[in-house]
Write a protein that binds this ligand. Structure first.
Ligand code: 4AD
Ligand code: MG
Length: 463
């Protein structure tokens, strides 16, 4: 008999049905005449309880081999459960052990483990309740994102991971090399010659797929990317990774207001979709991780986001009774503490801040008529801070060329990007959503390293 998912059995299984499950033993309890075990197959938070009577063939020998972590297949009949918290349980007619799990060395025990400890056993942590729920919600977010864009006829475009351009201009790039490590090319002064590193050219891991997404938007109008991006920022915080996933829609014939409208509709859609699809997991987060998770989801779904300009944000921060570590003044970049104050304390909902000073933003953002600010927008979320960063792009060739020169960037390397302004330019806009920050926001998880299966960050486990 083909195995069924435990979640389906728990939801829909009828008494006297025959069922087969495959999974891993979470716990085992032996009583005088029978034993219980809880089996989990990753399909849900809940386990299915299996009750084995003492007259089951080879009972004693079998039970000795079954411990936490053992992989097992059980076929049996669904019977009413006497225990609390579950409707049905499985009484086996056939039980097969696939792999034993030495209780002396298996690191996962019934008690709650700290997330720090679980990060050291990254290869096993997905078997815990919390990480299991995180990765199911992560999957549901990804599916909702594709659904949102596909319903709106956005084309999913695949942008390269190896690139020559520093989209954000922040210099946080990882080099890609095919050096023979025994013969690293050197300049005359002895320093490594990186201009040679990718088959004779310089190359990096991408920090953003935006520039290439703009290329695609100039023929398909509405496109989006969904892929890994890399930042060599050595920030050891609970919100930064060296490798993270980003979703970047790009829309031709669109301005900053259209961009903000899309960002807001997008977040609302994802929250609604995950609430519908993962109710048990969301309840779990609300109970065990952060008591505001469900209220936050409702807040996102039902309330309009606040929209303010950067200049207004600075005024509000100056008026705040709070003492900030980093002082605020017009022209400074907003720090996480400022972003969180606005979203978490002042407005108590997501805040979209727009029209930032041009000097703290990237080269491609459209210059506003005041000559000082650009058509940028960041969505700030309670507890997280910046979750989305976006802008209307500079579509005017002369203005863009001037800006690139001002910033000391090499025009010749961006010839293809400038071509988009030479041939059929249009107003266009887009944004980037940090996927892991979204999953953190959704689940209330405190550390970004616990919402991605294999975190890559300074000092993180490297396998
Ligand atoms: O604000 P950022 O740098 O914007 C861009 O990369 C633009 N090219 C996006 C666009 O307009 N198409 O990054 C976008 C988002 C941030 O708001 C944040 O959520 C996330 O990416 N992010 C990170 N997430 C995890 N770890 C890091 N080191 C991150 N850096 C940015
Ligand atoms: Mg940003």
């Amino acid at each position: 008999m083909e195995a069924q998912r435990i979640v389906d059995i728990l939801r829909n299984g009828q008494l006297d049905d025959t069922a087969t499950i495959q999974g891993w033993v979470r716990t085992k309890r032996e009583l005088k005449n029978f034993a219980f075990m809880e089996i989990n197959d990753g399909s849900a938070m809940a386990n299915l309880q299996v009750v084995v009577d003492a007259d089951f063939p080879d009972y004693e020998a079998l039970l000795k081999r079954i411990t936490t972590g053992t992989s097992i297949e059980v076929t049996g009949t669904l019977i009413p459960s006497q225990g609390k918290g579950q409707r049905i349980e499985l009484k086996p007619t056939n039980l097969q052990i696939y792999g034993e799990s030495d209780p002396e060395t298996y690191p996962l025990q019934k008690k709650r483990h700290s997330f720090e400890f679980l990060r050291e056993i990254g290869h096993l942590r997905a078997r815990t309740n919390t990480l299991g729920a995180v990765f199911r919600v992560r999957n549901a977010c990804a599916a909702a994102i594709h659904q949102f864009f596909q319903e709106r006829d956005f084309l999913w475009v695949h942008t390269p991971l190896i690139t020559a351009s520093d989209c954000e201009g922040a210099g946080e790039l990882f080099n890609v090399t095919n050096f023979d490590l025994k013969q690293v090319p050197r300049q005359e002064n002895g320093e490594v010659d990186y201009s040679q590193d990718f088959f004779g050219k310089r190359a990096y891991l991408t920090v953003s797929g935006q520039l290439e997404a703009e290329v695609m938007a100039m023929s398909f109008k509405n496109v989006y990317t969904f892929g890994p991006t890399f930042r060599a920022e050595n920030s050891n915080t609970s919100r930064h990774l060296a490798e993270f996933w980003m979703i970047e829609p790009e829309m031709a014939f669109c301005n900053l207001v259209g961009d903000m409208d899309l960002a807001e509709a997008f977040l609302k859609y994802i929250f609604q979709s995950v609430r519908d699809r993962c109710p048990e997991d969301m309840e779990f987060f609300n109970k065990r991780i952060d008591k505001t998770v469900l209220a936050t989801a409702d807040n996102i779904i039902n309330n309009q986001f606040e929209r303010i300009t950067y200049t207004e944000a600075i005024e509000l921060l100056k008026k705040a009774k709070k003492k900030f570590e980093f002082p605020v003044d017009w022209g400074v970049d907003l720090q996480s503490e400022h972003e969180r104050y606005l979203a978490e304390e002042l407005f108590k909902k997501p805040v979209i801040v727009c029209d930032y000073p041009k000097d703290i933003k990237a080269f491609y953002m459209r210059l506003n008529d005041d000559g000082k600010t650009v058509a940028a927008m960041d969505v700030l979320a309670p507890k997280i801070g910046e979750i989305i960063g976006g802008s209307q792009r500079e579509e005017r060739l002369d203005v863009l060329e001037k800006r690139i020169d001002e910033m000391g960037m090499p025009q010749e390397e961006l010839w293809w990007y400038l071509d988009l302004r030479r041939y059929g330019t249009v107003p266009h806009a887009g944004f980037g959503l940090g996927f892991e920050r979204l999953v953190q926001f959704m689940t209330g998880m405190g550390n970004i390293r616990d919402v991605i299966p294999f975190p890559r960050a300074p000092l993180s486990a490297d396998f």
